[in-house]
Design a protein. Structure first.
Length: 370
């Protein structure tokens, strides 16, 4: 092993794989071809239609896992640069996944070329982060637990930086609960309301109970929880007909003052108070979690300052990531590129920033395993 490698050719090789979830198109083979000569023992794990990879080097001492994904969202229309050509124009690398997060994975692999101070370094790479996430990180973690491979700490390389590389470390995420609500009444003519039971009115009253007051005012590390009604459907084009059914969907992004189960009970209570004939179905994509300041987070902050000069802010905002699964097993945080172009047309990353990210991950390895 020598110094940190150049992440650019690795990122280009990955971008040229058309790995729109759940397709792999050779992306995992690119990783194996780089990691095995570096002394990593690679284990390919296929669950359903998804290819995943776990690779580990070293045994004794602290175990740091670097996690990420090589699947990408569809490119869409309107690109000025081929989304899978990995073109460089005026010092900027273009392509789907350049930011989210093939560039990040490439930077992690480049950092792994440097001498490892001690302990164990591993990679958890999935091809199912942008999709349903049923056959990706969740399943790999189960395999890791069953085979004695659970790390002491894990860094997810999602693009967390806001303006400058390293300005933000994610130490938690809000939970996400979606509720699908149906209220039934009695259909009838609008001129005879006494003969009807309007489900629209009942559903509106139930929703008002839910949104009338804030769920909370936030915590030291989390902003206030948010409830948003995202759809309201009656399916009634007739102006003189009271419908027999009304439906609504809402989403709650909640902090660690709440759990999905307690929020489900709260929603059901509102429905029962206003709409005896109702159905409710729930989907929780992840609970809120927090990796509080401690040795791991402080090591990340030292690495950021050492590599970039930034005093990284600790944050819990944004959407969800695979860190919500990893937190069940070990402390986890997220640190990566500036994410302004992720999922956009002409997604890109400056080559200089990509190389700086590799140096940052090298500092992370040194701080966590040094």
């Amino acid at each position: 092993m020598t110094a940190i490698a150049d992440p650019l050719p690795i990122a280009q090789a990955l971008i040229r794989c058309r790995s729109v979830t759940p397709a792999d198109d050779g992306a995992m083979a690119v990783l194996e071809g780089i990691l095995e000569p570096l002394g990593f023992r690679c284990t390919r794990l296929r669950f359903g239609e998804t290819e995943n990879l776990f690779a580990r080097r070293g045994g004794e001492g602290p175990h740091l896992c670097l996690a990420g994904h090589v699947d990408v969202v569809p490119p869409g229309e309107g690109w000025r640069h081929d989304p899978f050509a990995a073109e460089i124009v005026e010092g900027v690398l273009y392509g789907r996944g350049a930011t989210d997060m093939k560039g990040g994975v490439a930077a992690m692999l480049a950092a792994a070329h440097a001498p490892q101070p001690r302990g164990s370094l591993s990679f958890l790479i999935t091809g199912d982060e942008e999709g349903d996430a049923h056959d990706g990180t969740v399943r790999v973690l189960e395999w890791m637990a069953a085979n004695g491979q659970v790390p002491d700490m894990c860094l997810v390389g999602e693009p967390t930086s806001r303006v400058r590389l390293g300005d933000t470390i994610k130490i938690g995420r809000r939970g996400s609960l979606t509720a699908y609500l149906t209220v039934r009444g009695t259909q009838g003519h609008v001129a005879y309301p006494a003969r009807c039971d309007n489900p629209v009115h009942r559903l509106v009253r139930a929703l008002n109970r839910l949104v009338a007051q804030p769920l909370d005012e936030g915590t030291e590390w989390f902003e206030a929880s948010s409830i948003q009604v995202t759809s309201f459907d009656v399916g009634n084009p007739t102006t003189n007909l009271v419908p027999g059914e009304a439906k609504a969907t809402l989403n709650i992004r909640f902090n660690n003052l709440h759990g999905a189960a307690s929020l489900e009970r709260w929603i059901r209570e509102a429905l029962e108070a206003e709409a005896p004939q109702h159905e409710a179905r729930f989907s929780c994509s992840g609970e809120a979690f927090l990796t509080g300041p401690g040795p791991f987070v402080e090591a990340l902050r030292r690495a950021v300052e050492r590599a970039t000069g930034e005093a990284a802010a600790l944050d819990t905002g944004g959407g969800t990531s695979d860190a919500r699964f990893i937190t069940r097993y070990c402390p986890v945080a997220e640190l990566g590129a500036v994410g302004t172009t992720m999922h956009k047309v002409d997604e890109c990353t400056p080559v200089g920033e990509l190389r700086a990210l590799a140096a940052l991950y090298g500092a992370v390895i040194a701080e966590c395993l040094g």
